[in-house]
Ligand binder design. Structure first.
Ligand SMILES: O=C(O)CCC(=O)C(=O)O
Ligand SMILES: [Fe+2]
Length: 287
């Protein structure tokens, strides 16, 4: 293997990812499946070893100057402009601050500890089993595959829904205060927008909101398409909050769209332009 072995990074004694037939593996998968089915969220406590978390945080610090920070005032659907079809206090017209940054995928060289955990086939296998999906592939997008979400003092990632079906996060550095992951499970579904409930949460109601007690080293698997969630504000006197985000897809070789990439990373790469071109070309063939 490369510089590090997965064993140095991940607690394979407690979570035998390399041995899918073991009782320990099955117990971990069953626990995660249970909570994913009921509340759309599973936490694998202390999956990453404490010494490895120190490495991961050092890797984030070394790359922090490459973070693309951006601030938006947005509704939970990531829109930033008023929708006249709805009244002024409708969730589509409630705009809250998101201020945070992402360290992009091309900042991590192959074989660094963060990249190694993200790309380990045993980790992807385990996550697929937890999510009850046949197979998972690392998101092939050169910027959005492996990222770190950075909340510097004063920043927050306000209430929103993800566009991806699920997200995998490892908390690397917690804030001294605030910076908490909060969510309202299944506040909407494919056939119920849940606007009334969403509106009251956006206005500050706390009923039904879960706050996670995440610690550095915990891996979180989260279905964020139907569960409204936020990372609360990191106060100005706190340390920054750092989280590694691993993106996987159910199909191989998926690349993000140009517009969304520009929004999140402030730039696009040749791969994005080529993939967009490819989409245009296949559309043109049908005509
Ligand atoms: O940093 C996190 O824990 C997750 C942030 C989030 O919800 C997102 O990036 O969509
Ligand atoms: Fe999210």
């Amino acid at each position: 293997m490369t510089e590090h072995d997965l064993e140095d990074l991940v607690d394979l004694d407690r979570y035998p990812l390399h041995d899918p037939d073991s009782a320990g593996y099955l117990a971990a998968v069953n626990a995660a499946r249970g909570s994913l089915r009921t509340i759309g969220c599973a936490i694998v406590k202390d999956l990453v070893r404490p010494e490895a978390i120190a490495r991961l945080n050092a890797e984030i610090m070394e790359r922090k100057h490459t973070t693309h920070f951006s601030t938006q005032v947005m509704n939970p659907y990531f829109h930033t402009t008023v929708n006249d079809e709805f009244p002024a206090d409708h969730p589509a017209n409630i705009f809250l601050e998101r201020s945070s940054g992402f360290i992009p995928g091309d900042s991590w060289e192959p074989g660094c500890a963060t990249d190694l955990i993200f790309r380990a086939p045993t980790v992807a296998r385990f996550l697929a089993d937890c999510l009850e999906i046949p197979e998972l592939y690392c998101y092939a997008d050169p910027l959005a595959g492996l990222t770190a979400n950075i909340l510097d003092p004063g920043q927050l990632f306000t209430w929103h829904f993800d566009t991806n079906d699920f997200a995998v996060t490892v908390l690397v550095q917690e804030a001294d205060e605030g910076g908490l992951f909060e969510y309202y499970p299944a506040i909407r579904s494919a056939d119920d927008e849940g606007f009334d409930r969403i509106q009251s949460i956006l206005k500050g109601d706390r009923e039904g909101v879960h706050t996670l007690d995440l610690r550095p080293g915990d891996m979180q698997i989260f279905r964020g398409r139907h569960s409204l969630h936020q990372v609360s504000r990191v106060p100005t006197h706190s340390r920054p909050r750092h989280a590694a985000i691993f993106a996987y897809t159910e199909e191989a070789n998926v690349i993000g769209r140009v517009e969304r990439t520009q929004q999140l990373f402030g730039r696009v790469m040749q791969e994005h332009l080529d993939a967009e071109q490819e989409r245009v070309r296949s559309d043109a063939l049908i005509d």
